[in-house]
Design a protein around this ligand. Structure first.
Ligand code: HAM
Length: 428
């Protein structure tokens, strides 16, 4: 019997995992700067949370959820997105009782039963932030800026920000009628998806890639905004201008989740086939109350990490990852072998990254291994060195070798690393 990973999932192997770590660390560092604090919520929640939160007529809830009955007969769902769970935790833990607004972030797996392809998976990872407790449009701009800065900080080029206002539920209801008036005469000519969306969620029709050309001249939601929505949207733009975040206004931008009010935005980039959205978010002023909490406004974003990494790879961007191993320890002879575990352990306790041989390989093969893993130094211990309580250190880049005392070995290595090349070790 041969097992394979489930369709739409990925193994992240060493080599890629370091890139993941880089991207995740970048996200964490940005959250520190913008003062968002980490929250960790369960990977599954009551199914009803997503039905109410994300929306009954969304693709996610209708076709993409991993729903199961647990042994107690409760309907549970693997989280398809992060916002509903974070808002549930906000309500359950009464974070609204605190004097400051809640600025939260998360990094973790999400699950959607989608047709798997490059950039679209059934288990994927999001970096998300949620800011709950303020309706200030400057906060919308802060969230948009944070996402934009994330792409810049990881090294992605050509990420475009698109923004829109989807108004309030009242504004949307009025716009819906207008839009249906425009779409009705062409209904028969539209694709099946569009026809069914017309019934359930007409705003999403404008999102259709197939029929896009037919929608020229469609009414724009921006013309239907009331005074308050317009003022909010104008202020978001003002803030983005002040922050020098480039953006364009896309009045057709509708997100795939139902909770949005006012600002909706997406980050777009080319390079993953027909998929061009790498992240998105918006304001959700009704969501906290919808899932049973006090009425508090919120805004947030979700960034797809697989898509970010795919594009980094495509663009040949991303960081040059330094050598992960400082020292490859090579023992020559029985006495050295006996000393090896102790010396290696002390070096590691001193914060150096150290590797050694466990396959009984000859010295030459050990040097090869040291090169292969990109070790900075080889530390070679033989009888002669042991007699003098010394060890030979070989710089594997320059091939220079010198003997240093065994006592204080970690410090000697650290000095060599910092003074010779100005490189700081990988220690914590
Ligand atoms: P979303 O647009 O559904 O929003 O997902 C955000 C991002 O997650 C997408 O732009 C994409 O990069 C990534 N993503 C979504 N589905 C997949 C998939 N099947 N495979 C790979 N990547 C995927 C949300 O989830 C909202 N919770 C964002 C938000 C937070 N809005 C307010 N706060």
């Amino acid at each position: 019997m041969k097992f394979q990973k489930p369709p739409g999932t990925q193994d992240v192997l060493p080599g890629s995992a370091e890139l993941w770590q880089f991207v995740e660390q970048t996200a964490r560092e940005l959250c520190r700067r913008y003062h968002y604090r980490e929250i960790r919520t369960p990977m599954f929640e009551a199914t009803e949370l997503f039905q109410r939160g994300v929306g009954e007529t969304t693709d996610i809830v209708e076709k993409e959820m991993y729903t199961f009955e647990d042994r107690g007969g409760r309907s549970m769902t693997l989280r398809p997105e992060g916002t509903a769970g974070v808002v549930r935790a906000y309500v359950e833990n009464k974070l609204y009782g605190e004097p400051d607004i809640a600025k939260l972030y998360y990094i973790g797996p999400m699950f959607r039963y989608e047709r798997a392809q490059a950039g679209r998976y059934r288990q994927f990872h999001q970096f998300g932030v949620e800011a709950i407790g303020s309706a200030d449009p400057a906060l919308d701009a802060e969230v948009i800026a944070l996402g934009y800065s994330f792409y810049k900080a990881v090294g992605l080029k050509d990420v475009a920000v698109e923004i829109n206002s989807v108004g309030t539920p009242q504004v949307r209801a009025a716009f819906r009628e207008k839009l249906l008036g425009f779409l009705a005469p062409m209904k028969e000519s539209l694709c099946k998806d569009c026809q069914s969306r017309m019934e359930r969620n007409p705003l999403r029709v404008l999102d259709c890639k197939v029929d896009q050309a037919k929608f020229e001249g469609a009414p724009s939601i921006l013309d239907s905004l009331d005074e308050e929505c317009s003022a909010h949207f104008a202020r978001v733009r003002e803030c983005l201008d002040a922050m020098k975040i480039p953006y364009s206004i896309n009045p057709r931008l509708v997100r795939g989740l139902d909770y949005y009010t006012h600002t909706a935005f997406e980050y777009k980039a080319q390079g993953i086939g027909s998929i061009d959205t790498v992240g998105g978010g918006g304001r959700y002023n009704g969501l906290v109350a919808d899932i049973g909490g006090e009425d508090r406004p919120g805004v947030g974003l979700g960034i797809g990490l697989e898509r970010t990494l795919l594009l980094l790879e495509k663009q040949g961007a991303g960081p040059a990852l330094g050598s992960a191993v400082d020292v490859y320890f090579i023992a020559m002879g029985e006495r050295a072998e006996r000393e090896a575990p102790g010396i290696v352990q002390r070096l590691r306790e001193a914060g150096l990254a150290v590797e050694r041989d466990y396959q009984g390989r000859k010295t030459k093969a050990q040097f090869k291994a040291a090169d292969r893993i990109g070790a900075r130094f080889a530390a070679i211990l033989g009888d002669e060195e042991l007699d003098k309580r010394e060890i030979a250190l070989k710089d594997l880049a320059s091939q220079e070798q010198r003997n240093v005392p065994l006592a204080g070995l970690a410090d000697s290595i650290r000095n060599l690393i910092t003074t010779e090349k100005g490189i700081v070790t990988n220690d914590a």
